[in-house]
Design a protein around this ligand. Sequence first.
Ligand code: Q9C
Ligand code: ZN
Length: 346
Amino acid sequence: MKIVYSPRHRAHHARQEINRGELVPAHETPERAEAILSALQSAGVGLVVPPEDFGLDPILRVHDAGYVSFLQEAHVRWTASGRSGAAIPMAWPARDMPRVLRSTALDAQLGHYSFDIGTPITAGTWDAALASAHCALTAADIVRSGEPAAFALCRPPGHHAGHDYSGGYCYLNNAAIAAQHLRESGQERVAILDVDYHHGNGTQALFYNRADVFYASIHGDPASEYPYYLGHADETGRDAGAGHNLNLPLPVGSGWPEWSAALDTALDTIAAHAPQALIVSLGVDTFAGDPISKFRLETAHFPQIGQHLAALELPTVFLMEGGYAVAAIGRNVAGVLGGFQQPDRQ
Ligand code: Q9C
Ligand code: ZN
């Protein structure tokens, strides 16, 4: 399958993040994408192609225009105010404060358009995020044109980003942008399967009241795991979207037996919704060696994920989300895609 990749991801490079109360080297690094690219090339997964330029229109079908403008300007404003490094939010409205943005202060806007401290805006963040979304759109078009699958090597990732907020290393919701694009180019029902360790709160929220995009996620139980405030099993959709959201939270420490049982449930439910296309939010932070996550999948399990997905026999857009064990990320992603392409060989 084709691999859609842009070197523009490198423009987004935060040096540090706050984790467990300490300033530590950032986990979401350019090396992640480079490691994936080289592993996919070594494994012969397919031709590497650049993203097409879709401009802003398909982004604005999903994201708020004020948020998109803010992302483009935030780092320039940060620097103009005499600060160095990345723009980082540090204040958010509490429940009894109005959520409408009245202040023109940069710090008010940083808080308004985000939900955590872990999503810094550097000089190149906007360029990288836009290229990442264009990779997802290009992969969607490749599949729409008749190829059975494509892989978008998205970086930064997207599934935590909502209509008008960043969070969890995510700025633009690549999966949602690709799903909306497929919807508007004629696919009546689209399913998104999110296998990243973390619940894709942004993707869920964007489609929660819609029946045309089904969202299913297998993730660390938000009772203890990020993003904490969304991803519980009783969130099943609202209004027209009732019954079109499936959360399968698993306890910390879950391994292949529990995880693959949840995958079977997700795939059965997706099949019952009879979508015309599948988008896979592919995070490999379910790996036992992941530095910030707590599932126990081993490298040998990733080809089996691909194999299970192939059994759905749906046009499939894979796009990259998380995975922070850089030494293993390439082989784990190559494993999923290889298992999908050659299910009989696994
Ligand atoms: N101590 C993705 O995988 N920080 N985002 C968690 C845990 C946020 C992960 C801190 C993790 C976000 C795309
Ligand atoms: Zn994740």
